[in-house]
Design a protein around this ligand. Sequence first.
Ligand SMILES: [Zn+2]
Length: 213
Amino acid sequence: MNYKALYRKYRPQGLEGVVGQEHIVKTLTNQIQNQRVAHAYLFTGSRGTGKTSIAKIFAHAVNCETPINGSACKTCATCKSVASGEAINIIKMDAASNNGVDNIRNINEEVMYTPAVGKYKVYIIDEVHMLSTGAFNALFKTLEEPPAHVIFILATTDPQKIPVTIFSRCQRYDFRRLTMPEISGALKKYMELECVDIEDTTVDYIARLADGA
Ligand SMILES: [Zn+2]
């Protein structure tokens, strides 16, 4: 049986599928369309607001060879390698378990090499506030003069813990908690697609418990 958990099945594949965060989606889409992407982004916001999902979609879209209206085409060689999980240009690191200066030094060495395929190497560092002081200092060195083919996306639930030096090098995006209508609207759509009959009051109850995430 080929069962895929619903959260994986309905995880958005493109920026157009993201629920909420319209201001962020619009800006990032424009940047891809105009080929004016930055080298460092800071995504802040509480858990479950889409920081990592949008980071992954963006990392994919900037590497797409023939983006359509700011979204990945899903048919070029790069898109196919992302779909099959082979995308070596998108590197995700969890700073909660890799917070040392050596972890960042490894990245600093890697970024010198141009990507084997695609335009950009994209480093997504989750829970970036967990980095040690030494690691932040090492990261700052690369953020000061990032190679043209590198993009950093730093994500955090706790922006107060990010050094001001890092802040000053990043474009900051604040992810807001989703509203109840946004959550229940998305849930209703998924239930329809799954042919599940569910009462509105039940959906609204779940949406309330989701608490913006
Ligand atoms: Zn593509």
